[in-house]
Design a protein around this ligand. Structure first.
Ligand code: PLP
Length: 435
């Protein structure tokens, strides 16, 4: 299978080249030249997650450098479950796909693990890549965790001092070699600007073989379609009806993965993207005009995106494959949804997942009962305990994985928001342990 740039000015490449490169050289994003129709149509829902991921990725990687290791990569990355549960017995059509049972408690664990395994597999261990990840939350933790103990990749996480929660800070700073965390005296934009200037420094970039781990990388995006497709097959097997999907959306990685999976034959009906107050996508759905903008801070901060980086991929899909609805959910509605669903059933949504639960509640009654609806529950509510606990009036217990994060020692290197500080850190890194 070949991948072409959404801007059409770069030659087609194989999967492994798209993974190594991240973005295309013409500034666009790599997208499948043609999606392999029907490859997911045979899913029964009885597959393991690793099995579903292999089914999806095999045609993607079959003729390239990752083919031989693909099965092992899927088994390693999909080693924890994504259960499909009924949060409220009184509303059996509403299903929650819990994507937060991995080591850092959010769906990004899946994609980060596939990406790191692919990069490590494509790189000679004595010439390690250095992954730079500027983060305001979930991504950095998932990337750090996925890089720990690997050969062939190092990870350097940059996060803004004083602007992440105590738990988030812990989760960014607790990973062992070859992972290190830089606590930057500045805000998230300063962290991102530092990463950008590091990439712009060609000599530095070559010396450390810098690469990034953001959600435009296909090795992060595509595997997300696997658990969505399997969950859809499970819902269909149980009810005989093709389910709808509701996806809490920020940069649109998950949403595009859902559309790709549907185009590949997964039994996915209507797709609804739930956003927070950031309105670029809801405005686009309503008017057809796409206007990227600065992001607004909300309760669902991992979705605070004013210019979704995967919009180009959505826009590049043929009209027959790209049908989605968009529902915008403001902070007061997120809070009200967390409270009312907790009171009704005892189920606790994180603020991101709550946008999806609210989008379900806003569907016309006939639509709600016409088919099962799967809401992607993107993070464990414990990660956002400071927001959720006051709403529901009780403490949230950390799941075992997040408890074990808390029991790890934390270490961060303090740094000014200056390129010279980042260079000093990079040059001080020792080669990862080679065995
Ligand atoms: C990243 C993230 C999202 C948004 O996902 P996209 O793929 O960027 O649309 C939603 N919820 C949580 C908890 C996240 O970490």
């Amino acid at each position: 299978m070949r991948f072409v740039s959404t801007r059409g000015e770069s030659p087609p490449v194989r999967f492994e080249d798209a993974v190594r490169a991240g973005a295309a050289p013409d500034g666009g994003l790599y997208a499948p030249e043609r999606l392999p129709e029907g490859v997911l149509a045979s899913l029964t829902g009885d597959e393991s997650l690793a099995g579903a991921a292999h089914k999806l990725l095999a045609p993607v990687a079959s003729d390239g450098a990752l083919a031989a290791e693909l099965a092992a990569i899927c088994t390693e990355a999909f080693s924890f479950e994504a259960p499909l549960v009924t949060p409220d017995p009184a509303r059996p059509e509403l299903l929650a796909l819990e994507l937060f049972h991995g080591p850092t408690g959010a769906f990004k664990d899946f994609g980060a693990r596939v990406l790191m395994a692919c990069l490590a597999s494509l790189t000679p261990p004595d010439e390690p890549l250095t992954v730079l990840a500027a983060t305001s939350g979930d991504t950095g933790g998932a990337v750090g965790c996925a890089a720990e103990g690997r050969k062939g990749v190092r990870a350097v996480i940059l996060f803004p001092k004083g602007r992440v929660s105590e738990f988030q800070r812990h989760q960014l700073t607790c990973w062992d070699a070859p992972v290190s965390a830089l606590e930057i005296e500045g805000d998230f934009d300063a962290c991102q600007a530092l990463v950008k200037s590091a990439f712009a420094d060609k000599a530095l970039s070559a010396r450390h073989r810098l690469t990034s781990a953001n959600s435009i990388n296909l090795a992060r995006l595509l595997p997300q379609g696997a658990y969505l497709a399997r969950a859809a097959a499970q819902a269909r097997a149980k009810t005989g009806i093709t389910p709808g999907l509701i996806i809490p959306t920020g940069n649109l990685g998950h949403g595009v993965a859902a559309l790709y999976a549907r185009a590949m034959g997964a039994p996915i009906g209507p797709v609804v993207l739930a956003t927070n107050a950031n309105a670029a996508l809801s405005e686009w759905a309503a008017t057809g005009a796409y206007r990227p903008r600065a992001s607004l801070p909300t309760m669902a901060n991992a979705m605070d995106v004013g210019a979704p980086s995967n919009f180009e991929r959505l826009d590049a899909l043929p009209a027959a494959l790209s049908g989605v609805d968009v529902e915008r959910v403001e902070d007061d509605a997120i809070a009200a949804r967390i409270i009312s669903d907790f009171l009704a059933s005892g189920y606790v949504w994180c603020p991101h997942s709550a946008t999806g639960a609210e989008a379900f509640a806003r569907l016309p009654a006939r639509e709600q009962t016409a088919r099962p609806w799967i809401v992607a529950a993107t993070a464990h509510p414990f990660k956002f305990a400071d927001i959720v606990e006051p709403l529901i009036g009780r403490a949230i217990d950390p799941p075992p994985a997040l408890k074990s994060v808390l029991s790890r020692p934390s270490r961060a290197v303090q740094a000014k928001a200056e390129l010279s500080a980042l260079i000093r850190h990079l040059d001080s890194l020792k080669d990862p342990i080679l065995t």
